[in-house]
Design a protein around this ligand. Structure first.
Ligand SMILES: NC(=O)c1ccc[n+]([C@@H]2O[C@H](COP(=O)([O-])OP(=O)(O)OC[C@H]3O[C@@H](n4cnc5c(N)ncnc54)[C@H](OP(=O)(O)O)[C@@H]3O)[C@@H](O)[C@H]2O)c1
Length: 286
């Protein structure tokens, strides 16, 4: 397949490029210097020149505080940017796979969300990503949306200054006598290499519609930190933070576990347990 990966210089995009190349595809990785997704002309001319059979979009404005401060820019990238890509894919008969987020939910369900659960985003980021999902599915007849969560990988997260939670915990463990981490926010940490394999599987199948694609299982941030130290053999004085000890500037779901129900139903779920991904990630970073 001739594949264009948007956001290829990012944490997830870089691993998707590798996964598709390893599987023998002709892959063009596009960074922000190559394409501006909020600009319809840029999208038309860049994708027009490549004429891909598959477009995968990982590009987003996903720094939650920055989205809250600039909702128009957030919508221009996460909403209109996705529409621009979806429209060009529709015109070219191209398969479009768009990456979305667990932050489309408010967390009130308190048990794993399936694809048919009604979204209710708590912040600008979640709302603009939800608009992107609608644009992707409505504007392109051959499109799939894959919601992921708790993403970490060996390539730096561009929007978060290159840092991810695992690296931050290992850094702080070396610097601080005590580490305090919240135990009342539940998520599913997911390794980018595993998401990339899931994206590959989905694109090869040509399946369309809305899918949840996270690792199996769930944990609190405290449990995630605890597993990082246990698996890496790091000595750290880890404590549970008191409720409200780290007040967030922007509302976020306190529970955002996703059930890969649609992938399972289509016999496409290749996601391992979150601890398995973490073990391979820690090995990869040495
Ligand atoms: N990270 C998480 O924890 C998490 C959780 C759930 C869902 N997600 C979703 O996963 C996806 C990938 O996240 P990530 O962690 O890989 O992000 P990342 O490391 O910040 O990478 C995003 C990439 O998109 C590019 N980009 C940003 N704005 C663009 C634009 N207007 N036009 C073209 N390219 C643009 C960035 O380039 P520059 O940096 O040069 O601007 C970067 O290459 C996103 O859709 C995000 O919403 C992430």
């Amino acid at each position: 397949m001739r594949v264009a990966v948007i956001g290829a210089s990012g944490q997830l995009g870089a691993d998707i490029v590798l996964a598709f190349r390893d599987a023998g595809n002709d892959v063009m990785g596009l960074g922000h210097a190559d394409i501006e997704i909020s600009d319809a002309e840029s999208v038309k001319s860049v994708l027009g020149a490549i004429a891909p059979q598959v477009v995968i979009n990982t590009a987003a404005m996903h720094h939650v505080e920055q989205c809250e401060a600039d909702p128009a820019k957030s919508f221009a990238i996460n909403g209109i940017g996705t529409r621009n890509l979806a429209q060009v894919c529709e015109a070219g008969g191209t398969y479009f796979l768009h990456i979305s987020t667990d932050y489309v939910f408010d967390g009130a369900k308190g048990q794993p969300y399936v694809e048919t659960d009604a979204p209710r985003p708590l912040n600008v980021y979640g709302n603009t990503k939800l608009s992107g999902e609608h644009f992707a599915l409505a504007a392109c007849s051959r499109s799939a949306v894959l919601r992921v969560s708790g993403v970490y990988g060996t390539h730096p997260c561009r929007a978060k200054g290159g840092m991810n939670f695992v690296r931050l915990m290992l850094k702080l463990a070396a610097e601080r006598p005590e580490l305090r981490v919240v135990d009342d926010e539940i998520l599913t940490p997911t390794f980018t290499v595993d998401i990339a394999q899931q994206v590959l599987r989905l694109a090869e199948s040509g399946a369309t519609g809305l899918f949840h694609g996270t690792a199996q299982g769930a944990c609190s941030w405290y449990e995630f930190a605890s597993a990082i130290f246990e698996i890496s053999g790091t000595t750290a004085n880890l404590q549970k933070a008191r409720p409200g000890e780290f007040p967030a500037k922007v509302s976020r779901p306190s529970y955002s576990v996703l059930d890969n129900a649609a992938l399972r139903k289509a016999a496409l779920d290749v996601m391992p347990d979150w601890r398995d991904g973490l073990t391979r990630y820690l090995k990869a970073i040495g």
